[in-house]
Design a protein around this ligand. Structure first.
Ligand code: NAD
Ligand code: DAU
Length: 355
């Protein structure tokens, strides 16, 4: 393989979009995609790359040090973009162990493997190497209605097992830079949405339930606020940070799109009413308020000015354009949705929404 990058978690939602966008450039470095294929990983997302020799897939757990060593020495990447994680807050509440294992132990194992590999490179390759860690705004905790948005200097205050495990991984990445000089970059991003989003997260779940004639389960009072970013904009931000970010720095990535969950669900229903009208009535009639998520963070909001100031990145999509594209994608790709609604997915939904 010629020049290549490693992508971990490249069969998931954001990692999959990243790989597809990256390889859409005919001149891009090749990709070695390292993914364990958990319930959230899906090779159908990458079906358009079948037969494309620029994409090598390896079904590998990032906790498997020996396998990581072998892959690194076989392919000699110039960078690692680390997406692999357990990512669903609700699952971290009902079963935190996997989050500790993958997000903390897995990131540690990957850092150790990369540190050994990087230490053996020649001077030029060592200087050019990058380890980009993809993290979340949830590490900063919860904002009140009048608080300033999260900046890169906001203190960490994670509230769920998921965000605590991501915070731990961020700290490890930071420590490997300060202690060993590993050339790292970290991004902390807000809520993503777009194609190939697993249908247990808010937006794809609501689309699937609406089309299936099922209740649209809004937690609590529906007034929790998230800052929504179209996944293609997130992938563009990561490419910028990878190419031009300052070593050891963190960059917040957000959409400047604060919405309550109820606003999001209403907008989705209105789009579906327009694009796939029901025989009678609005999809809004399916909205149901359900028991709140334990420890549910009230508000997230990102100040993404550092990324704009230093690297010139701004999101291209507004919430309205991005959500319309997303709904249309789900309408056009019901086959992909049906494929991922496996037995495991049905078990999760039955357990999570039992009450
Ligand atoms: P996802 O759950 O859709 O995908 C995760 C991928 O990681 C899957 O393909 C899964 O098979 C793989 N994986 C899980 N454990 C693994 C292991 N031990 N070894 C190798 N692969 C493993 O997640 P996502 O939504 O695409 O999120 C990707 C990254 O971005 C995560 O690190 C997440 O914390 C971060 N993030 C997500 C969002 C969001 O809104 N989805 C926002 C900000 C940051
Ligand atoms: O902020 C970034 C984070 O966004 C990422 O780090 C996580 O990986 C990603 O999953 C996402 O976390 P959230 O918990 O914000 O996403 P989720 O889609 O699970 O929920 C979004 C909001 O919608 C949240 O306030 C909970 C609410 N919700 C969710 C579901 C699944 C509901 O009201 N009903 C639901 O059925």
């Amino acid at each position: 393989m010629r020049n290549c990058i490693f992508v971990t978690g490249g069969a998931g939602f954001i990692g999959g979009n990243f790989v597809l966008d990256w390889l859409a450039d005919a001149n891009a470095d090749e990709v070695v995609n390292v993914d364990k294929l958990t319930y959230a990983g899906n090779l159908k997302t990458l079906a358009s790359l079948d037969g494309d020799s620029r994409h090598v897939f390896s079904e590998t757990d990032i906790c498997d040090r020996a396998a990581l060593n072998r892959l690194l020495t076989t392919y000699n990447p110039r960078a690692v973009v680390h997406f692999a994680a357990e990512s669903h807050v609700d699952r971290s509440i009902s079963g935190p162990a996997e989050f500790i294992q993958t997000n903390i132990v897995g990131t540690f194992t990957l850092l150790e493997a990369v540190r050994a590999y990087w230490g053996g490179l020649d001077d030029a390759a060592r200087a050019a190497f990058r380890f980009l860690h993809v993290s979340t705004d949830e590490v900063f905790g919860s904002l009140g209605p009048n608080d300033r948005q999260f900046s890169e200097s906001t203190a960490y205050a994670p509230n769920s097992p998921y965000s605590a495990s991501k915070a731990a991984s961020d700290h490890l990445v930071r420590a490997y830079h300060h202690t060993y000089g590993l050339p790292v970059l970290t991004t902390n991003c807000s809520n993503n949405y777009g194609p190939y989003h697993f249908p247990e997260k808010l937006i794809p779940l609501m689309i699937s339930n609406a089309l299936g004639g099922k209740p649209l389960p809004v937690y609590g009072d529906g007034l929790n606020v998230r800052d929504w970013l179209y996944v293609g904009d997130h992938c563009a931000a990561i490419r910028e940070v990878l190419a031009h970010g300052r070593l050891g720095e963190t960059y917040n990535v957000g959409g400047w799109n604060e919405k309550t969950n109820l606003d999001v669900v209403h907008t989705l229903c209105d789009l579906l009413d327009e694009l796939r009208p029901k025989a009678a009535g609005s999809y809004r009639n399916q909205i149901t308020f359900v028991k709140d998520r334990p420890g549910h963070d009230r508000r997230y909001a990102i100040d993404a000015r550092k990324l704009e100031r230093e690297l010139g990145w701004r999101p291209a999509e507004t919430f309205e354009t991005g959500l319309r594209k997303t709904v249309q994608w789900y309408l056009d790709n019901q086959g992909w949705v049906q494929d991922v609604m496996s037995g495991e997915y049905r078990n999760w939904v039955a357990k999570q929404y039992a009450a």
